[in-house]
Write a protein that binds this ligand. Structure first.
Ligand code: PAF
Length: 272
């Protein structure tokens, strides 16, 4: 992988990296398409990173579909698929603790202790191994992108982070590898997450921020199998929750939700 990228760069070519944990769907392919448009060479990594799972069952049951992934990537015209083993990535236990600051302290960071440190570990390893010109991440994991930008600033990588819009199923459900774990009944209900978020944009025009949060939570929780873990409306740069629509904010506020549908943890977000 290193020599392929070094050779491409020596020829003046740009290299786009799409880091994934496999179980690829159309959302991943949209990142690949974007990377292909921007770069001469596209690399997709497939690695289910153990250090970012804070729940052993979640790691054990994470879908692994390597052959189907490779077929999809070859159809999508990627140049390299990088599938390292756990031993190659972590020949020694990774004991690095990143000081990710406020962007990692809230929401996913508060609910999944150690998760973002694990993300920073693997993404920094992949950046060191692949050394791309640019790297592509989906906005479904909105907070993750802020954490990765922070890690890049801490480590001094000369790599452009490109964020790409959420891809949705026809009924609005944000595409996710975890959707395959929903039962048919849960799959019918899960689009309520996006429906509630979308409806809240209009609601927000005539209601306070707290009322808007309540609206989203109550709407989602009113469906069977659904339980909101958190809903926060945050500053898009700092990820800090806002308490009113008039509070200072670095751009459009973003509503970030995590909700369980049965045992499946789903995340989504919307811009106000
Ligand atoms: O978003 C993901 O799929 C993962 O967190 C990532 C960025 C590939 C790191 O393992």
């Amino acid at each position: 992988m290193r020599s392929a990228v070094a050779e491409a760069k020596a020829e003046g070519k740009s290299v786009g990296l799409v880091p994934t944990m496999g179980a690829l769907h159309a959302g991943h392919i949209s990142l690949v398409d974007r990377a292909r448009g921007d770069n001469d060479v596209v690399v997709v990594s497939v690695f289910v990173n153990p250090t970012q799972f804070n729940n052993a069952e979640d790691l054990a049951t994470y879908p692994r579909t390597e052959e189907a992934d490779c077929n999809k990537l070859s159809q999508a015209g990627v140049d390299y698929v990088f599938i390292p083993t756990v031993e190659e990535v972590y020949p020694e236990p990774d004991t690095r603790q990143f000081d990710l600051g406020e962007v990692a302290a809230v929401m996913e960071g508060a609910m999944r202790p150690g998760h973002f440190n694990g993300v920073a570990q693997i993404v920094s390893k992949l950046f060191a191994m692949v050394n791309p010109t640019r790297a592509y991440f989906g906005e479904k994991d909105f907070q993750q992108i802020a954490v990765i930008r922070k890690m890049v600033a801490l480590e001094g990588f000369d790599i452009e982070i490109v964020d790409c819009p959420i891809c949705r199923e026809a009924d609005g459900l944000a595409m996710s590898s975890r959707n395959t774990r929903l039962t048919p009944e849960q799959r019918e209900i899960a689009p309520v997450i996006h429906k509630a978020l979308s409806a809240s944009v209009d609601w927000a025009k005539t209601h306070t921020l707290e009322e808007t949060k309540r609206f989203v939570i109550d709407e989602i929780n009113s469906f069977p199998h659904m339980e909101v873990e958190y809903y926060e409306i945050v500053d898009p740069l700092t990820m800090q929750p806002l308490t009113s629509w008039d509070a200072p904010c670095n751009g459009r506020p973003v509503g970030c939700v995590t909700a369980y549908c049965g045992k499946v943890r789903l995340i989504d977000n919307i811009k106000y």
